[in-house]
Design a protein around this ligand. Structure first.
Ligand code: CA
Length: 224
C-alpha cells in the first residue's frame, strides 16, 4: 500500500490511478489530517509527500514520521516544485529517501517508486517470518494470513514485529510498552493486553502465534 498526500486533485488522482494500473495499491489524501487518520489504520510500504499543503506541510509530516519509532524507516519520497532547491535539501536532511520534481512524469514516478520499494527490501536484514499461514515482512510492513493481507495499526504491527524478532523469548508488558510505545510512555500495561487481543483477532487462525505467558507477558511461538 502506497500513501500519497497531495492537495492538487488532478495530480493526486493521476498518481493513484497510475500506481493502481501498475498493480500497486495506493490511496491519496488531500491533507495531513486524512493521512494521519489512515496511517493509524494501516502502515503503508511507501509514502509520497507533496511539500506545499494546506495546514501541516510535507516537510512537517516527514519530520513527524521520522521521529516516531514505528515509521522512522518508512520509505518516503518527496514531490517538490521544480527548482525549489531548498525544499529538496531540507527534505533530504529530514530523512526523505528520494524526491521527484513536479509535475512528475508518470513513467519516472513508477520507476522511482519501484526502485525505492526494492531498495528498502534489499537494504534491510531479511526480516521475514513465516509460521503456518502467517507471513510477516518487517521492511515491507506486510502481514498476510493464508495469502490475504491483514491491515494493522502502527502499534499492532510494532507489537507483532517485536515479538517475532524475539520469538521464543518471553516479553513482559513493561518491556513491550517501552519497545513499541517508547521510553516516555506513561500508559498502563493493560494497553498491551487490549492491543494483543485486537491483534490476535485480526490474525484469525494465525493469532495463536502470540502466546500468553501467565503472570509474565507474551511471546511469539517458534517461527522461521
Ligand atoms: Ca501542493
Amino acid at each position: 500500500m502506497i500513501y500519497l498526500v497531495e492537495d492538487e486533485e488532478s495530480i493526486r488522482e493521476l498518481v493513484v490511478y497510475t500506481l493502481k494500473n501498475t498493480g500497486l495499491e495506493a490511496r491519496g489524501f488531500p491533507s495531513a489530517t486524512e493521512f494521519w487518520e489512515a496511517l493509524r489504520a494501516q502502515t503503508p510500504s511507501l509514502v509520497l509527500l507533496d511539500i506545499m499543503l494546506p495546514g501541516e506541510d510535507g516537510l512537517e509530516i516527514l519530520r513527524r514520521l521520522r521521529e516516531a519509532p514505528d515509521t522512522a524507516r518508512l520509505p518516503v519520497m518527496m514531490l517538490t516544485a521544480r527548482g525549489t532547491e531548498y525544499d529538496k535539501v531540507r527534505g533530504l536532511e529530514l530523512g526523505a529517501d528520494d524526491y521527484l520534481a513536479k509535475p512528475p512524469g508518470m513513467m519516472e514516478l513508477v520507476a522511482r517508486v519501484k526502485r525505492l520499494l526494492r531498495r528498502t527490501d534489499s537494504d534491510s536484514e531479511p526480516e521475514e517470518y513465516r509460521s503456518g499461514g502467517l507471513f510477516v515482512s518487517i521492511p515491507r510492513r506486510l502481514v498476510t494470513v493464508n495469502g490475504v493481507e491483514v491491515s494493522l495499526t502502527l502499534k499492532e504491527f510494532g507489537l507483532l514485529a517485536f515479538l517475532l524478532k524475539n520469538a521464543g523469548i518471553v516479553m513482559t508488558r513493561d518491556r513491550l510498552l517501552t519497545a513499541v510505545w517508547g521510553y516516555n510512555y506513561e500508559g498502563e500495561t493493560r494497553t498491551i493486553d487490549t492491543h494483543i487481543l485486537t491483534l490476535r483477532g485480526k490474525l484469525g487462525p494465525s493469532g495463536s502465534v502470540i502466546q500468553t505467558v501467565r503472570g509474565v507477558g507474551y511471546k511469539a511461538g517458534e517461527v522461521r
